[in-house]
Design a protein around this ligand. Structure first.
Ligand code: ZN
Ligand code: ZN
Length: 342
């Protein structure tokens, strides 16, 4: 089969012929239809320090995908041939304290497809049936392919109560915009978003945020008057990994405000802890998706009218992967997806 492979420890990817994956007794084989390009894939493609320290070539990359089940292992009873599925890319150990308590997203031995294990940028992928999310309601392969980042957004946005709250989202990449949309759908009063990219701020505005702030010219406080706010934001969703964004967020929260941090910084960040203490702020780190409560929430949010399709702005065939990666790397659009449909 064809697959996008990191063949050696260095920059670049190769569209190569590789053997089809073997299907163990508890695995399912999925014919991949659509895939999403993630920041993680850009790190691996470009081979930065993080990639060099975490990835061993050869490896099939990619972890955001949708597809159709074409074969199930002999012990699989809950997934059937023909099911339309997405996949949870984190394989957990099942034995650590958190796994045994049912908190699988907190597993200390988690392994990622497309990072430690062969991934989804391929014609076929085999994963454990316990990592499969079956779509029981009709869904397009495009939207099903971005359930992984959509799940990051849902996990972050639903960490703290949203109803009636004023929300600040820092970072208008695809996950930031999705988090803003989820916040709106979950009943936030105002959702302000900030970024450095004008096209991304425009996309966020089209998709329904209350105000989109260019962070080069505006502090979050500049939005208070327009939004009828007096005391600061109730909930902050930090999606950029930017030190300035986190510091500005801490400085614009109301007393008792709550901050969920998904954006991964590339180094340490100095923050004003005195403000965190005196204003009694909560800061919580968010990673991945809760298995599988976040997946349940994603499906029912779509069924209850949330339309996330507008966040997909660029579509390529997998044979145009170089263009697709360059577009994702430009950082000016929404989600970039690659088709593997025949
Ligand atoms: Zn991802
Ligand atoms: Zn575990």
């Amino acid at each position: 089969m064809k697959a996008l492979v990191k063949t050696t420890a260095g920059p670049g990817l190769e569209l190569a012929d590789v053997p089809e994956p073997t299907v163990g007794p508890t695995d399912v084989l999925i014919e991949v239809k659509q895939t999403g390009i993630c920041g993680t894939d850009l790190h691996i493609e470009g081979w930065d320090d993080w990639a060099a320290g975490h990835v061993t070539a050869p490896l099939i990359v990619g972890h955001e995908f949708s597809g159709v089940v074409v074969q199930v292992g002999q012990s699989v009873t809950d997934v059937a041939v023909g099911d339309v599925v997405s996949g949870e890319g984190h394989l957990v150990c099942g034995r650590c304290r958190n796994c045994r308590a049912g908190r699988r997203h907190l597993c200390i031995n988690t392994r990622g497809i497309g990072v430690q294990l062969d991934g989804a940028f391929a014609e076929y992928i085999a994963i454990p049936s316990s990592n499969v999310w079956v779509h029981t309601n009709p869904i397009g392969f495009d939207v099903a392919a971005i359930f992984d980042p959509f799940g990051n957004a849902v996990h972050t946005a639903l960490t703290f109560p949203m109803l009636g709250e004023d929300v600040l989202v820092t970072g208008a990449g695809p996950i930031g915009i999705l988090a803003a949309m989820v916040s709106r759908h979950a009943g936030a009063r105002n959702v302000a978003i900030s970024d450095l990219s004008e096209p991304r701020l425009e996309l966020a505005s089209r998709l329904g945020v209350s105000v989109a702030l260019d962070a080069r010219q505006h502090k979050p406080q500049d939005a208070y008057a327009e939004l009828g706010m007096l005391e600061g934001f109730d909930v902050g969703l930090e999606m950029s990994g930017s030190p300035v964004a986190l510091r500005d967020m801490i400085g614009s929260m109301t007393h008792g405000g709550r901050i969920a941090v998904l954006g991964l910084p590339s180094g340490e960040i100095n923050i004003d802890v005195a403000t965190v203490v005196l204003n009694m702020l909560t800061i919580k780190g968010i990673y991945g998706r809760e298995m599988f409560e976040t997946w349940y929430a994603m499906s029912v949010l779509l069924q209850s009218g949330l339309d996330i399709s507008g966040v997909i702005t660029d579509r390529f065939d997998h044979t145009e992967f170089e263009k697709a990666f360059a577009t994702a790397r430009s950082g000016h659009g929404g989600k970039v997806i690659m088709s593997w449909e025949k």
